[in-house]
Design a protein around this ligand. Sequence first.
Ligand code: NAD
Length: 298
Amino acid sequence: MVAQIIDGKAFAARLRERVGEQAAKFEGLAGRKAGLAVVLVGEDPASQVYVRSKHKATVAANMESFEHRLPAETTEADLLALVDQLNADQTVDGILVQLPLPAHLDEKAVIASISPDKDVDGFHVTNAGRLAVGQSGFVPCTPMGCMMLLADRLGDLSGLEAVVIGRSNIVGKPMAQLLLDANATVTIAHSRTKDLAGVVKRADIVVAAVGRAEMVKAEWLKEGATVIDVGINRLPPEPGADKGRLVGDVDYAGAQSVAAAITPVPGGVGPMTIAVLLRNTLIAAYRNEGLDLPDGAL
Ligand code: NAD
């Protein structure tokens, strides 16, 4: 068997295009653009790159991007005051506070201060609760993106065995909820799981969200499994190179001869995250204006 490559980059580009079309329609209906506010505190280089690409993608999708860059020494009171102001601003549909925050700021308190109806990252406990009980809210972007790739690839997931490796609040847990909602039989594996190889062996769907380079071995996989690799890990540089290669949590080369389909790293799950963020922002905008997004538009 030679695994098919699940092209997340192309899928994400198509999703961004659909969002852009619907965002232009939204502007016609509402008389304003859908707006995403991104707050960055401090100068973490990786966060700066993420914020810049979110800004570019937002503008390219016919939406308004409001950037708020605050110094690293910003007080929690000042940050909470900004979030309050964004909560009240009718032109802001989505609010994203880029994590991690500097150590003196309480991430939980800051996320809790975002209006759940503008929480397009889906990190607020209200949205986690909505997902848990099957109410519509906002689902974290990365697992939502994984789910879209799986639905596109496999259609109905009913009765399939799914194993999610990792139990973080932003990837593993919401991923498991989404799979459960889609009627898969779901196992969440984590750092204390005994016989991880044995658990993975029974999975028709494997979602790896650990953060350990090539940890999931080809021989752990069931023949014909569909593999979604969320991990982003940089290997040590080869002699003479200044940067190491990016790899996922799965032995990609080995998995090729066992899996039916697999996402590459980079170019698989990664590009889906921003595309889903834009989608969530547009949904927030339609909801905030009391408008219905056309069925199946996104
Ligand atoms: P995290 O560190 O919060 O969680 C990792 C999880 O892996 C934990 O729940 C832990 O129990 C589990 N784990 C650790 N060691 C393990 C082991 N030996 N066996 C089994 N499970 C083990 O990480 P996260 O935020 O969920 O991110 C996971 C990975 O996904 C990282 O590589 C991150 O960079 C990547 N990620 C990518 C995107 C994207 O593509 N846009 C978004 C978020 C995270």
